[in-house]
Design a protein around this ligand. Structure first.
Ligand SMILES: *[C@@H]1O[C@H](CO)[C@@H](O)[C@H](O)[C@H]1NC(C)=O
Ligand SMILES: *[C@@H]1O[C@H](CO)[C@@H](O)[C@H](O)[C@H]1NC(C)=O
Ligand SMILES: *[C@@H]1O[C@H](CO)[C@@H](O)[C@H](O)[C@H]1NC(C)=O
Ligand SMILES: *[C@@H]1O[C@H](CO)[C@@H](O)[C@H](O)[C@H]1NC(C)=O
Length: 407
């Protein structure tokens, strides 16, 4: 019968008695970055009857894969161990905390702690620790552990970033991409298994301004050439409609018969579910006119007035300021007047031109009559001499006054 089996029987016999059990406390799992060190927090209990054998000659051993059949990878008494490291805990106070240096890649396994003598204190604890070796840096954990955080406007949000410091000598710096409210500087916390964690939180009040914002937590390892490693969360802030505005197109006073389109715009998350148009009555009451985003109307006296729109989603609603549908100062269109004016002007112009023409025609007739005196007729009739005609032609070129004066 081997040592451990004897002790298992003893444990079975002494079951239930205080401090009479072989017990070990360490994390079930540790994530390690290859090449980094790894600290295995570890404490144990042994039956009281064995305490007297727990002295400085006790050898601390780590085995892998299997508690009884597994091979030894570390011994505190051997310099030729597979894994290099040291037991940093004080075995005499039942502290088996061990640090392995440069933990090699491909060493994923379950590791078991063993107390090796002096006789009869020889025992391999049955509970092991799974060590997962990662080639890359480990991203921090962000809580809540989701990609998109949906939160209602005004709610307090706490984001917590943490990372296990599995290698105490390679402590990263933790920082946030944005700080939205009160930030708690990174602190060191120790969990129930003795693992140390670097933790930083920030608390803020969800605002519509934060909607769509990506918040990242970074880890920067100073002695590492690799890029900082991050974990992000995107905020989706749900809010009631806001910045609701009513617009008229065309804007400003209109003429009767014009078509005006009122449109409502609003910002909401989730998007606006329903738009409503109301007309203000004289006594300030609102009368529902339409349940759609735009309202198209032909301007007439019963359409004139103040209009407001309401935007609504599951979180509530918001009302716009009023938009006015009003007439231009003159309650008629200007086109007929322009046409009328143009026509009148045209008529006046024609009349003036005709008058001028008539006057000059009269004058012309007058002087032709003057020229055709009875004498002249006789003279002209009597002679066929072209020179006389020529003379008349020249005379005709004279001004009216010449004749007036001659007479
Ligand atoms: C440890 O205890 C064992 C058994 O009682 C004893 O033989 C040994 O000398 C002790 N060693 C030391 C360093 O006290
Ligand atoms: C065990 O030893 C380690 C290393 O010295 C120490 O950090 C840890 O606090 C000790 N644990 C307990 C429970 O005393
Ligand atoms: C070691 O464990 C980690 C985490 O479970 C895994 O990602 C990786 O592939 C494992 N490596 C080997 C060689 O099994
Ligand atoms: C949110 O936090 C602030 C201060 O951090 C506090 O005054 C307020 O009462 C909290 N609101 C809720 C709803 O918890």
């Amino acid at each position: 019968m081997t040592g451990p089996k004897v002790f298992i029987v003893i444990v079975w016999i002494l079951k239930g008695a205080v401090s009479n059990q072989w017990e070990i406390k360490m994390p079930q799992e540790i994530d390690v970055i290859s090449g980094f060190c790894v600290q295995i927090p570890c404490t144990f209990e042994i039956p009281d009857s064995f305490t007297k054998y727990l002295n400085k000659s006790v050898e601390a051993v780590w085995k892998k894969t299997d508690a009884s059949l597994g091979s030894t990878v570390f011994s505190s008494k051997s310099v030729a161990s597979v894994l290099k490291g040291s037991v940093t805990g004080n075995l005499l106070s039942k502290n088996c905390t061990t640090v392995f240096q440069n933990f090699p890649a491909g060493s994923n396994d379950t590791y078991f702690f063993r107390l090796q003598g002096p006789e009869p204190l020889i025992y391999t604890f049955l509970q092991g620790v799974n060590i997962n070796v990662h080639a890359d840096l480990l991203a921090p954990m962000l809580s809540p552990h989701i990609d998109v955080l949906e939160v209602s406007e005004g709610k307090n949000v706490t984001l917590t970033c943490s990372t296990v410091l599995s290698c105490p000598s390679r402590q990263p710096v933790m920082h946030w991409s944005v700080t939205l409210g009160g930030k708690i500087d990174p602190t060191i916390q120790v969990d129930e298994f003795g693992q140390t964690l670097l933790v930083s939180s920030q608390m803020f009040n969800a605002s519509p301004l934060n909607d769509g914002l990506k918040v990242s937590c970074f880890l920067v390892y100073s002695q590492d050439i690799r890029r900082p490693i991050e974990t992000s969360i995107t905020l989706r802030v749900l809010y009631t409609p806001q910045n609701t505005i009513a617009l008229a197109n065309p804007s400003g006073p209109l003429y009767e018969g014009n078509v005006v389109t009122l449109s409502c715009q609003s910002d909401a998350n989730p998007a606006v579910k329903r738009y409503e148009w109301f007309k203000e009555t004289g006594n300030g009451e609102l009368v529902l006119k339409a349940q759609k985003q735009t309202l198209t109307m032909t301007v007439s006296s019963n359409v004139l007035g103040l209009y407001v729109c309401k935007a609504n989603n599951i979180h509530g609603d918001d009302q716009s300021t009023a938009v006015t549908v009003e007439l231009k100062g003159c309650q008629c269109t200007i086109a007929p007047y322009i046409m009328c004016g143009v026509l009148t002007g045209f008529l006046i112009l024609i009349t003036v031109v005709d008058l001028v023409k008539y006057k000059s025609l009269l004058k012309r007739l007058k002087w032709v009559e003057d020229l055709r005196g009875p004498m002249a007729y006789a003279t002209l009739n009597r002679t066929n001499d072209s020179s006389v005609y020529n003379e008349i032609q020249i005379t005709a070129n004279r001004t009216e006054e010449d004749y007036v004066n001659k007479n």
